[in-house]
Design a protein around this ligand. Structure first.
Ligand SMILES: [Zn+2]
Ligand SMILES: [Zn+2]
Length: 69
C-alpha cells in the first residue's frame, strides 16, 4: 500500500484529493469550502492541480489568481 504524498513524495499522508483521490500530505493539500445547495458549505481537500481546475472545484478561479497559474 502506497502511503506517500502523490505531489511531493513525503510519506506523511494527511488526506486525499476530493476529485482525483490522490494522496496528499498536509503541505500539499489545499483546503476549500464548497457551497452545496442553499446555505450548506462542505469542507473538502484538493490536490494542487484539481484546486485550480474549474471542472473539479467551483472556486478554481480564486486559486488560479492566488497561485499564479
Ligand atoms: Zn506533499
Ligand atoms: Zn486532485
Amino acid at each position: 500500500m502506497n502511503q506517500a504524498c502523490g505531489v511531493c513524495g513525503r510519506d506523511t499522508v494527511f488526506t486525499t484529493c476530493a476529485d482525483c483521490r490522490m494522496q496528499l500530505c498536509d503541505r500539499c493539500a489545499r483546503f476549500e469550502l464548497l457551497a452545496e445547495g442553499c446555505g450548506t458549505v462542505v469542507p473538502a481537500y484538493f490536490c494542487p492541480s484539481c484546486v485550480s481546475n474549474p471542472l473539479a472545484n467551483p472556486n478554481a478561479i480564486f486559486w488560479q489568481m492566488k497561485e499564479g497559474k
